[in-house]
Design a protein around this ligand. Structure first.
Ligand code: GH3
Ligand code: MG
Ligand code: MG
Ligand code: MG
Length: 311
């Protein structure tokens, strides 16, 4: 129960509760050879709802990271057997970037400039023993929030604000990654809404936005197994790899018909629209060459009367 009378207290407690709720998904690994030290940290972490993992050595810690993908943060003691904490951090950074894993180095040795060496080896923070509980949590929360901010930036920069679909940037990154593994076959389709300007002119810009969002939903549903994005304005694109050209053609024709048969309702008005599609399977010259070809095919589809696909 949160008392509503004091608005400031209410806001603070609500924020705290939502924080505790989010922590339930965050795994924290504690690497320390001293069981007492480990357990005092995990007990504190669990009090704030974190999922905790313990390791007594670098090797155990690495194994734990490999088998638990929910670990976002590792607290690593400098003084552990075989490999030092600093060596372990350097080793981990070969696999886990600072964007994916926060690392807090911890030590009771305050004399040797260890904090600088922690940071240089790839730690995102450090903490000296003995620590007070408040500082412990400040360090933890700062790291967790930094990772959340990175996740938000990633999500926002890869999705289209209006429709929520992946955007052009995401599309190019995904396709470039796929090109590295040299797929056997590739196809690219550009979908352009016919006379979309008329939708805006006749029903208003809000209706235009609504139409784009509804079509984007269909794009997302229809192409879940492929890479689809809002390419810009009223255009969408889909990339297929290792899919037979005949199958791609069939899928795209199916999509064109589904749009033509779809009736949308906006403020009690019914409307429908059609799309023209330019498709290509020729991948010599990379993605940009494919886009050029698909665009040429789209242009032909428009000139031939729209609501059709040109391959
Ligand atoms: P065509 O069949 O030749 O493609 O005709 P068109 O009207 O669809 O093409 P044109 O390129 O002339 O116009 C595209 C229109 O799309 C113009 C622009 O206002 C509209 N548009 C682009 N992005 C958005 C958006 O985010 N929201 C809305 N409401 N309209 C948009
Ligand atoms: Mg130790
Ligand atoms: Mg267009
Ligand atoms: Mg158009």
């Amino acid at each position: 129960y949160i008392p509503k009378e004091n608005a400031q207290v209410y806001e603070y407690l609500t924020r705290l509760l939502s924080r505790l709720d989010k922590n339930k998904k965050v795994g924290v690994l504690v690497v320390d050879d001293s069981r007492v030290s480990r357990q005092s940290m995990t007990a504190l972490l669990r009090r704030h709802n974190f999922i905790t993992f313990e390791a007594a050595s670098a090797e155990q810690g690495m194994e734990s990271l490999r088998s638990h993908s929910n670990i976002r943060l590792a607290i690593i003691d400098e003084n552990i057997p075989v490999m030092s904490g600093i060596q372990m951090i350097s080793e981990l950074r070969k696999t886990y970037s600072k964007e994916d894993l926060g690392i807090i180095g911890i030590s009771s040795d305050t004399t040797s400039g260890l904090s600088a060496r922690f940071i240089k080896s790839g730690a995102t923070d450090y903490l000296y023993k003995p620590y007070c509980h408040e500082e412990f949590f400040c360090r933890i929360m700062q790291n967790v929030e930094r990772l959340e901010n990175i996740a938000t930036i990633r999500r926002v920069s890869n999705s289209d604000y209006l429709t929520g679909l992946p955007n052009r940037r995401h599309f190019f990154t995904r396709v470039a990654a796929n090109l590295k593994v040299t797929p056997k076959s590739q196809s690219l389709a550009i979908i352009d809404i016919d006379h979309f300007k008329k939708v805006n002119d006749t029903y208003g810009h809000d209706c235009g936005d609504y139409t784009l969002k509804e079509l984007a939903k269909l794009v997302a549903e229809y192409f879940t197994d492929y890479t689809a994005a809002r390419f810009g304005g009223e255009e969408f694109c889909v990339y297929f790899s290792n899919t037979a050209p005949e199958k791609v053609l069939q899928i795209m024709e199916g999509f064109r018909k589904a749009i033509a048969n779809k009736v949308l309702t906006f403020e009690k008005q019914s409307l429908s629209c059609t799309v023209s599609i330019g498709l290509t399977h020729k991948s010599r010259g990379g993605i940009n060459a494919m886009i050029r070809l698909a665009d040429q095919h789209l242009y032909i589809a428009k000139n031939n009367g729209r609501n059709q696909l040109v391959d």
